[in-house]
Design a protein around this ligand. Structure first.
Ligand code: IMP
Ligand code: MG
Length: 185
């Protein structure tokens, strides 16, 4: 195991069960809609989860990517959401979007994106997150619940399975708690 990881929170077997379960939920919820289903990956943290999930969905899906900034660097959320890479397509009224996120912390990124994509005219927008830290939710977003959740986790800074600390640890195949000494916590 990586020496900077204090403990593993979600191991590879658990990740496999989670992606299988969520793919089955999506297959069930989007049968015979007559519309396009778009998995919208939020870069960069969600790429690993997205790759696993999309392989297990049996319905036809399209994929796309957006990039937003929320964390500048380190472990403290920035507060404001900036769109760095946007979604450009003209057929959104005919598209059901599932936003695929790595983790929900304050909830600001996902709630902002949901509103943004609805205003852009998507037929529907749902949210899917690998990890949820509900204890960290912004006061104004306390009732915000993602539609698909992999695992609810305690208020710890985690890395791996796409998640980074200053761009490191994304390639670890599990989700682990980073030793606080590493970020001076
Ligand atoms: P939110 O807008 O506060 O919900 O922030 C969500 C984003 O913050 C995620 O997409 C991650 O990039 C980042 N983030 C939140 N918690 C963690 C963590 O424990 N490890 C790594 N990144 C995190
Ligand atoms: Mg990040």
């Amino acid at each position: 195991m990586n020496p900077n990881i204090a403990s593993v929170l979600v191991d590879e077997a658990e990740i496999d069960r989670i992606t299988t379960r969520i793919a089955a939920e999506i297959d069930r919820d989007y049968q015979n809609t007559g519309r396009k289903l778009l998995l919208l990956c939020i870069l960069k943290g969600s790429v690993v989860f997205m790759g696993d999930l999309m392989k297990k969905i049996t319905l036809p899906v399209e994929i796309d990517f957006m990039k937003v900034s929320s964390y500048g660097s380190g472990t403290v959320s920035g507060g404001q959401v900036n769109i760095l890479l946007d979604l450009h397509r003209k057929d959104l009224p005919d598209v059901d979007i599932i936003i695929v996120e790595d983790i929900i912390d304050s909830g600001r990124t996902l709630s902002y994106l949901m509103e943004y994509l609805r205003l852009k005219g998507a037929h529907s927008v749902r949210t899917c997150t690998m990890l949820d830290k509900p204890e960290r939710r912004d006061e104004k977003l306390r009732d915000f619940r993602p539609d698909y959740v992999g695992a609810v986790i305690p208020d710890e800074f985690v890395v791996g399975y796409g998640l980074d600390y200053d761009e490191q640890y994304r390639a670890l195949p599990y989700v682990g708690i980073l030793r606080p000494e590493v970020y001076g916590g």
